[in-house]
Design a protein around this ligand. Sequence first.
Ligand code: FES
Length: 170
Amino acid sequence: MSKKQQVSRRQFLNYTLTGVGGFMAAGMLAPMVRFAVDPVLQPGEAGDFIATGTEVSSISKTPTRVDFSYEQVDAWYKSTVSKTAWVYRNEQDDIVALSPICKHLGCIVEWKSEGEHANQYFCPCHGGLYRKNGDNVEGTPPLAPLDQYKIDTRDGILYLGEIVPNREVK
Ligand code: FES
């Protein structure tokens, strides 16, 4: 055997200790890495429906403000998210829940039951107007209808899901 191919006792010990040390370090680090990364790998809550506390039987043809909230876990940070919807029954008696977020620059619109903008959603930021079904009124800043929430009902209670494009405006 040539001298080049021989492994000295010192080298053998170095290789062995490095290998064992690396194995042990990996064993200790793996749970730490998993703990740190795990929240990020958890599936999101997209598609979930949130109970609003509003009884389906109380929903009328007049848009009514519904406020609801839920706990959101964003990686390591837990927070309470508050949402609002304008909820009414359309001509087919289906429940509609519109997002209040103005399609111009994102202010919050209000349903006006009387006054200058009666029976329209009014955006106080730049005077945006929308019809009852969320359709934007021409000549005002918004260029698209209000979005709407996906809807579910369980045990007579209204549940709202993700926000989707408006399907009421034909
Ligand atoms: S943000 Fe609503 S009109 Fe501008």
